[in-house]
Design a protein around this ligand. Sequence first.
Ligand code: TYD
Ligand code: MG
Length: 460
Amino acid sequence: MAKKATVHFICSECGTNHSKWAGQCECGAWNTIKEFKESASRAGAASAMARGYSGSKESISKLSDIKPEDSPRFTSNNVEFDRVLGGGIVPGSVILLAGTPGAGKSTLTTQVLCEVSDKLNCFLVSAEESANQISRRAIRLKLQTEHLNVAIETDVLAILSMITQIKAKFVVIDSLQAMFHPDVQGAPGGVGQLRECMQVLTQHAKQNDVAMIIICHTTKDGSVAGPRVVEHIGDVMLMIEVIAGSRFREIRAAKNRFGSTSELGLLAMMPDNGYLKSVTNPSAIFLDRSRDPKPGSMVASLWEGSRSLLVEIQALVIDSHQGNPRRLAVGIDQNRLNMLVAVLVRHADLAMYDQELYVNLVGGLRSTDPSTDLPVVLAMVSSFKDRAIPHNWVAFGELGLSGDIRSVPSGLERIKQAAQQGFAHCICPKGNVPKNLSANIKVYPVETLTEAIDRLEEIM
Ligand code: TYD
Ligand code: MG
């Protein structure tokens, strides 16, 4: 007797699989749980062993006997895009590129395709824009277009056939939510369609060594719109975002099977034609040393992936007339700010509990690097005492709850980068002081918060 198809109830917001239909999902969304039938043959596979099937023993080997092949990567000709990918694109990999509308997904992918299409057979499939729009964009961006294959198509099986016919090796799909699989019921963008389209595209990429960038829409909270399984199937998941109020874009990897997820890629959108250019010296864009030093400002050395980034931290400390003074952190974690204030009050004897506090990482950047603790604290002390710190000072270090300044990774590289950017003085944890430093910068090691504040008192 034929087995019945298994029925799943999947939330189209978060992808949770429920055993029965409900009006509201546990993620809080209403009317998002949709019925999804899995074919009988696939559902039955789990019981294969029980039914007497067994895999071939020869296909199992000892890990030490497997000699890994080098996976040669090819460059996207965009330094920052290569950086977040972990050093270029791996053939046969599936990269999801998600971002809000206008972030630059179509721009970046068109650029990358045009710039590698003279060496590699590239194919742009769009279901979001007309051929006219794509052509206009390429002309505006002044791209080399003669080698790039373009098609406007939504049927995923038709796309696979085109890829095979032209033997494309690098494909961009714009976007997953606009694709549909003719054998699956439901409108494009639905849970079933997204799962199946993602599944067949990935399978084709792996079997034929085709690198694919699949553009995805995001939900309000910034994750890929659709079931979680879409993110699980892809090898790399990149998010591109506009840095608030600027022409810069940041790319980060939320998942990367071929590299680190801690790299930050920075792109600048050219004001004249919208071209996305790699930012090779990011510190230069986040620092403004043209003005007189003002109280409450200190430069921090952040660590992002494999490089340091010098960013100004601004703090404003003012008397509060409320019982519960306001504390606001922009760019750093709010709870971390509360913790730093507690340590300041307890170990530096600074009466900040009745003060309103505002801390901002200038330039719209966000950081979770704990090495911002020391510069944040110094910026707050500078604002509290209303005395400015000279321009050519930089600081980094993590603050412990007992008022100790703890070492952070990559101290030497941070100090060297600060020297390169023209900083003459650096306050840092004692454990981070290099034994031999040839750079032209004076380093002031500190072990406790009080030592750091005493040092500050001497220069303000
Ligand atoms: P796009 O790649 O279309 O964004 P996405 O695919 O992520 O929705 O990029 C749109 C950006 O391009 C938008 O921020 C504005 C910019 N742009 C220009 O700079 N010049 C132009 O002529 C146009 C049409 C857009
Ligand atoms: Mg687009």
